[in-house]
Design a protein around this ligand. Structure first.
Ligand code: URA
Length: 209
């Protein structure tokens, strides 16, 4: 699908399989999510611009490439987005962070917003929105709507699993936002869960069920 990149690196696929297994413990799930998010971060930042800084090596002065890390914002869709956020910050510690609190009403499957905090000048930054599951797309679309309302113009979306229904919905709502995912699964079930999926990412991360 146009605008969708599936990150099929063997390490990502291997770790994802362990995350899907129902017997994987909460601690194991969290550790794998953190590890996999560094790999996803590597892919989504592959084309970031570099500037140069004058540094001194033990030998000479040189112009050396550096990232403009402060220009980057990771926007975590609470609460499961925080699992991806941690690994991303391991790789880009100077990135700014936005939190968008959106939960899914289990009956209507519609997003309900309860929290929003973002750094200033979103319009000058690359905003990488993170949420492990792109299911119906409702929460992700609502989060991106909100970030755009606050000025964000340059966005990318990273998830672990996407349902074809969610991908289509998201791409229709935000065709300017490229999506990076480790897998496109089969479909959504009647409760809006991704199949085969991995269950409720938030519950599996925090042991709440
Ligand atoms: N959110 C989850 O955590 N899991 C799904 O399968 C769908 C949405």
């Amino acid at each position: 699908m146009d605008g969708v990149t599936v990150i099929n690196h063997p390490l990502v696929q291997h770790k994802l399989t362990f995350m899907r297994r129902k017997e994987t413990s909460t601690a194991g799930f969290r550790r794998l999510l953190r590890e996999i998010s560094t790999l996803l971060c590597y892919e989504v930042t592959r084309d970031l611009e570099l500037t140069v800084e004058t540094i001194e090596t033990p030998m000479v002065e040189m112009e050396a490439p550096v990232l403009e890390g402060k220009k980057l914002v990771f926007a975590s869709i609470l609460r499961a987005g925080n699992g991806l956020l941690e690994g991303m910050l391991d790789l880009v510690p100077s990135a700014r962070v936005s939190h968008v609190g959106v939960y899914r009403d289990h009956e209507t499957l519609q997003p309900v917003e309860y929290y929003f905090k973002a750094p200033e000048n979103l319009s000058e930054r690359l905003v990488i929105v993170v949420d492990p599951m792109l299911a119906t797309g409702n929460s992700s679309i609502a989060a991106v709507d909100k970030l755009k309302e606050r000025g964000a113009k340059n966005l990318r979306f990273v998830c672990l699993l996407a349902a074809p229904e969610g991908l289509k919905h998201f791409r229709e709502a935000h065709p300017d936002v490229p999506i990076f995912t480790a897998s496109i699964d089969s479909h959504l079930n009647e409760q809006g869960y991704i199949v085969p999926g991995l269950g409720d990412a938030g519950d599996r991360m925090y042991g709440t069920k």
